[in-house]
Structures are given as C-alpha cells and as structure tokens.
Design a protein around this ligand. Structure first.
Ligand code: HEC
Length: 482
C-alpha cells in the first residue's frame, strides 16, 4: 500500500508539466475553429476535430494527475476545491465540444451549431478559470494583482482595502447606526433588500425604508429586540424558510447578532454615539474587535504577523553545517522553516534545534526521515510550529501524544505512518488544526470523523481508495470521513 501511495504522488507531480498540453491543444482548436471559417484558411477545417479531441484527452489525463497530486497535501483547501471543479468542468466541456463537432460535420443543424459555440465558449472560460486558480495555488492568490497599478485595480473592481468592517478609530465617538449597524446590514442583508430587489417588500438600505418595514410590518420594535421581526428571523433555525439571511448565504456572526440586538434594546437610535448608550462587558468586547483591524485574522495569522526575535545566527550556522536546511519563511522575517532529510541523525538534531531556537521554527519538514517517537518530544518544544510534515516515518500514537499541545499547529501530514485512531484523537485540543493528512496510516474513517467533530476547522484527508474493478478499469475515489 505504501508503494501505491508513493506511486500516485509520483505520477501526480507530472500534473504541472502535463497541463501545458491541454492548454495548447484547446486554445489551438478554438483558434482553428474560427480561423477556418474564412475562405483563405478553409484547408485547416479538418484539423479542428482532431485538435479538440487531443485537447479533451490531454485535459482528462491532466485532471487525473491533478487529483493524484492533491493527495500530497499542503494546498489551500478552498482554492483547491474551486480549481478541481473548474478542471473537471473543462474536461466535460472539451469532450462535449468535440462530440458535437463530430455530429455537426455529419448533419447541418443550426441548433447543434449553437450548442457547439456555447460549449466551446464554456470550455475557454473554464480553461482560463482552472489555469488561474491553479496559478493561485502555487503562487498565492495575489501573485497576479500584487503589482497592479491602482487605476487598474479600480477598473478590475479589486478592493483597495480589506473588505468588511473598516477599523473604527475611536469607538466611543462612533455613531452606532451609521458606523456599526448599517455596515452589518450592508454586508449581509442589503443585497436582497434594496431599491431594485425588495424581497418581502422590504428595503433596508436607507433609514426611512428601514423604519417603514416590509409587507408584514415593521422589522424592529425599539427597546424589544426579541419581538423584532428581523431578530426573530435571524434566530430561526437556518433550515427554516423564514430564516435570515436565507440558508446558504453567509450568516451573521454571533457578535454581529449581539450588536444588532444591543442597538434595538437601546431604543434603536439613528444618531446616538456609542458613548451615549449603555453597554455591558460582552458588547464592550465585541466593540473592541471593531476597533482592531486584526480582529478577523486567525490566531495563526496573528502569530506570524507578530513576528519573533531573531534566532542566534551562530547556532543556526552550526546546525546548518550538520546538513540541516534552515531558511527564513520569507524575506525580512525571523520565522524559520527547517528541513531534515533521510540521511541525518534526526532525533539528535531535533533535540539540538529545540535547545537552540525552539521558538523560531514554524515549519518543520521531517518527512521520510528516521525520526522516532522520542524525537517528537523535541518537536513538542517548538511551540510556534504551524506546519509539520512527518509523513512516511515510523512514528506511532506516542508521537502524537507529544505534540497534542502545540497551540498553533495548522497543518499536519502523517500519511504512511503507524499512527492510528488513538493517536489522532489525542489531537482533540489543537483548535487551530485545519488539515490533517492520514492516508495510508492506521487511522480509520470513524477516527477521522470523530476528530472532525471535535475540531470544527479541521478537514481530514484520507487520500484515495484505488480499486481494480476489472482489467480495463481502475477506480480512484477520494476517501471522506463519513
Ligand atoms: C439572499 C437574499 C436575502 C438576504 C441576504 C436577506 N434576506 Fe431577508 N428576505 C429575503 C426574502 C426572499 C424574503 C421574503 C420571503 C419571506 O418572507 O421569508 C425576506 C424577508 C425578510 C423579512 C420579512 C419582511 C416582511 O415584512 O415580510 C425580514 C424582516 C428580513 N427579510 C430581514 C433580513 C435581514 C435582517 C437580513 C440580513 C441579516 C436579510 N433579511 C437578508 C431574502 C433575503
């Protein structure tokens, strides 16, 4: 099994190489299609179908390689999902376009022609989309736009600033409705309750309309949050048809709900400042987060942004000289990423690093190394660790026992190890853990599911199940904790 896991990743790594083929073929097919409509280039016509076919087949192979590569882990789950579905869509549309092309050559039918042009266009859109998100996966989402001139940003509709709340500089002086309540409505309600989209005959974008209410009357009763229609609806279960914002839309955070209720409880004033209203400690805490631009960042982002003092350069140099790869996480930063490879006495070196600069190591890569469970006692001392790759080592549940208190651990890869359910369930307090790769370890679907229930940010990746259906079909399906 270990062999097949490795082999799948080996194949997967050809994805970035192979993907140039479908791009080339499909773009060429698209160009040929339209150029060959001109009398002068008529002779190119027969090549269209063949080029599209090559494009579709190579897109299919690229997509399969991509699924394999994804098992290696370490990608942003959200971007990966979008990229993956765009890629799969591309394969479908490319085959669709080719198929209709072949029908169309046999009989002239204007309907087929329309479907064909539609599919070709969709194919190009998905090609661009998949390429774009693929690029974002490898280079980061801001790679293309980072150096975009301001004027162009505005044209492209890119935010000049972070979205959501603008930080409020002086919270006591803020006008409660204008600076706090209105932005919440603006963000979560007004897309459906405005001048052009008056759902439930309700508009909320101006003070007058908000006071007026909707088809069933006023939306708030000053002083009575729990009798106010808008608050009642917010508290209905999300599955209820009357729940606001409707199911599937971005929901209000508990803090935002508390702020709306507070405003109504205080008489729903439109011109009063924070200092003029009564608050309690809960509201005070929430108001503080509004004043703090970092309030929406994750704990790990905050930690990394905060930085760390520099590790002793002499000690870094000394440990580097023993063959350990140590690099800054990025320029001008003291955070370190450390890689120890197979041929080194890993346990010993980990102990030395844990002694010399435990706080600076935030990425640690000891995959495929002779690290033992005891070595993890040193790993546990690197308290600012956010990513740990320890796949394909012979560690067991004991190793997990050592690292169960790493507060910032966000990414953990232990595929191909001897860790089982007991080991991963020991990680139940790692509140920042988002990705855990346990393919080909002793972790079961049930164990994965149990941990996911405990840690709501966590997604466990169990890899792929490869089954040989018959001599012609090999089935590869992602395994989900169910
Ligand atoms: C995706 C669209 C959408 C969003 C976003 C949305 N609503 Fe609605 N809202 C509706 C629809 C549709 C109705 C009418 C159907 C109904 O009565 O349930 C409605 C009805 C209402 C009503 C009842 C109006 C009346 O008098 O019948 C209230 C109150 C309301 N919404 C409040 C809110 C609040 C508060 C928010 C933001 C927290 C919000 N809505 C966000 C779609 C939306």
């Amino acid at each position: 099994m270990d062999q097949s896991a490795d082999f799948i990743i080996f194949l997967g790594r050809f994805h970035p190489l192979f993907l140039h083929l479908p791009i080339g073929f499909l773009v060429l097919g698209f160009i040929l299609e339209f150029v060959s409509r001109k009398e002068k280039y008529r002779s190119l016509r027969p090549a269209v179908g063949f080029t599209l076919f090559l494009g579709a087949v190579s897109a299919l192979i690229t997509a399969i390689l991509g699924l394999m590569l994804a098992t290696d882990g370490g990608y942003s789950e959200d971007l990966l999902a979008i990229h993956q579905w765009l890629g799969i869509g591309l394969v479908v549309f490319a085959f669709g376009a080719w198929f209709i092309y072949t029908r169309k050559e046999k009989k002239q039918d204007p309907k087929l022609e329309k479907a064909y042009v539609g599919l070709l266009s969709l194919m190009m859109v998905f090609l661009g989309g998949a390429g774009h998100y693929g690029g974002s996966l490898t280079h980061g989402t801001t790679y293309l736009t980072q150096y975009m001139p301001d004027g162009m940003r505005a044209l492209a509709g890119l935010p000049q600033q972070q979205r959501g709340f603008k930080p409020i500089e002086n919270i006591e002086e803020a006008v409660v409705f204008e600076d706090i309540v209105h932005p919440i409505l603006e963000m979560r309600c007004n897309s459906c309750h405005n001048a052009s989209k008056k759902k439930g005959e309700l508009q909320m974008h101006t003070v007058d309309y908000l006071k007026k209410g909707g088809e069933s009357g006023p939306v708030f009763v000053a002083g009575q949050p729990l009798d106010s229609e808008m608050i009642k609806r917010i508290h209905l279960p999300e599955s209820d048809d009357d729940h606001m914002p409707p199911k599937g839309k971005t929901q209000l955070t508990p803090g935002q709900v508390a702020l709306l209720e507070w405003w109504i409880a205080e008489g729903a004033p439109f011109d009063k400042k924070v200092a003029e209203l009564k608050t309690n400690s809960e509201i005070d805490d929430i108001l503080l987060t509004l004043a703090d631009p970092d309030a929406n960042k994750t704990e790990v982002e905050l930690l990394l942004a905060e930085g760390v003092e520099e590790a002793d350069p002499e000690k870094v140099k000394e440990i580097k000289s023993k063959g350990v790869m140590i690099k800054p996480l990025s320029n001008n930063e003291n955070w370190l990423q450390v890689t120890l490879n197979k041929s080194l006495p890993v346990d010993e070196l980990l102990a030395e690093i844990a002694e010399a600069f435990p706080n600076q190591v935030t990425w640690l890569d000891i995959k495929d190394s002779p690290v033992t469970d005891e070595g993890f006692a040193s790993v546990a001392k690197m308290t600012n660790l956010t990513r740990l790759r320890a796949e394909k080592t012979s560690i067991t549940d004991k190793a997990m026992g050592h690292i169960k208190e790493l507060p910032y651990l966000e990414f953990l890869n232990i595929y191909g190890t001897k860790v089982g359910d007991e080991g991963v369930l020991a990680l139940g307090d790692l509140g920042n853990l988002r990705s855990l790769y346990v393919w080909d370890s002793r972790v079961t679907k049930q164990g994965a599911k149990q941990l996911e229930e405990k840690l709501n940010k966590l997604e466990v990746n169990l890899g792929f199940e490869v089954t040989v259906v018959d001599s012609l079909t090999v089935q590869v399906v992602p395994v989900k904790g169910e």
